[in-house]
Design a protein around this ligand. Structure first.
Ligand SMILES: [Zn+2]
Length: 353
């Protein structure tokens, strides 16, 4: 594991401290390539907040390993990425370790780092009042969104998250994603205060995400907010005109290719794909969801075969030519209809299995 950590540290993009590109600059330079980042939120849930200590061991097995003989959670995700020589960014939630100890967190980041993949920081403040002592004073009830915490409280939670990852032997994280995408302006300020200058929390299709940001800052394009380079989750409008974010479990393979193609035509400099450690599992089960497994495998194969035009890249502080006037990606109705029929098939399969 130590070697993998060293490799990761060497390969991690260097943070460029210096004058950041100005969010307001209308830079219309077209990049010759459009980078794509494949990102995962890695977290463990215990089926509610009752009886946590009894639930945790089996929850850990399901969320991390996909339990028993199937193994379609983290190990299979890592295997598929490596088979196609792709680098993902894994935002790992560490606050649970203040309840259950550092070893389970070490096990998670060890799997990722040993696979040569990148670990970054994800936070779910739902854990804040579940630790003894509590991570913050005066949190008598659940506040699941980071945006519900003051700037000072957010600084503390982010610092505790960094501390836990570093305790696992990792270098300090350089990038962040808020749980439920629920960041606000103070989140960006708290990140900068903790030396994290890259964020990927903004989801323009989610109302809780960046509520107090300006419409330009909540756009689909990377840009600087409060000194932090924001890489928003890529969004598009589906065949019914509804905004959706680009997620492995809810966007079909055909839609993904169409999205990439249109984004390139519109001059997008960077796309961010979203997924989870448990995205290939049937909801509430440790069995693989064959449709999502096949979709993820196909997408990875496609990205490997098109790596010249669409390199899969980390989130770094390199200069990004932001397209102020980039058009919204719009899915044709038939593409969405085709995904919906796959979704119905998934539900049937889930019910029969
Ligand atoms: Zn999460």
């Amino acid at each position: 594991m130590a070697l993998a950590f060293e490799l990761q540290a060497r390969e991690s993009p260097a943070i460029v401290f210096g004058p950041p590109p100005d969010f307001r600059t209308h830079n219309t330079t077209r990049t010759s390539k459009m980078n794509i980042s494949i990102t995962f939120d890695v977290e463990v849930w215990c089926n509610g907040w009752q009886d946590l200590d009894r639930q945790f061991p089996s929850a850990f097995q399901r969320y991390v390993y996909g339990r028993d003989r199937y193994g379609y959670a983290l190990p299979k995700t890592l295997e598929i990425l490596n088979k196609h020589r792709l680098k993902g960014v894994f935002f790992v939630e560490p606050l649970f370790s203040y309840r259950f100890g550092i070893e389970p967190l070490k096990e998670i980041v060890g799997l990722i780092a040993d696979a040569g993949q990148e670990v970054q920081l994800h936070l779910h403040p739902e854990w804040t009042d579940e630790t003894d002592p509590p991570l913050l004073p005066n949190v008598p009830a659940k506040r699941p969104y980071l945006s519900q915490y003051s700037l000072e409280e957010q600084k503390v939670l982010i610092a505790r998250g960094i501390e836990a990852l570093v305790q696992c032997g990792l270098p300090r994280p350089t990038a962040f994603r808020a749980g439920n995408f629920a960041c606000n302006r103070d989140t960006l300020r708290a990140l900068a205060a903790n030396g994290i200058l890259i964020d990927s929390s903004v989801n323009p299709s989610n109302l809780e995400s960046g509520r107090d940001l300006t419409p330009m800052e909540r756009s689909s394009q990377p840009g600087i907010i409060e000194g932090v380079l924001e890489y928003p989750i890529t969004v598009f409008r589906d065949g019914f005109g509804r905004p959706r974010h680009w997620q492995v479990g809810s966007v079909g393979f055909g839609e993904s290719i169409r999205l990439i193609d249109q984004a390139r035509q519109f001059g997008y400099p960077h796309l961010v794909l979203f997924s989870h450690n448990f995205e290939m599992l049937i909801r509430g089960s440790a069995k693989p969801d064959s449709i999502v497994v096949s979709r993820f495998g196909k997408l990875c194969r496609w990205l490997e075969n098109h790596s010249d035009a669409y390199p899969v890249a980390s989130l770094d502080r390199g200069q990004i030519a932001r397209q102020e006037s980039a058009q919204t990606i719009q899915m044709p109705f038939m593409q969405t209809a085709s995904r919906l029929s796959a979704q119905i098939a998934r539900r049937l399969i889930a019910r029969l299995s």
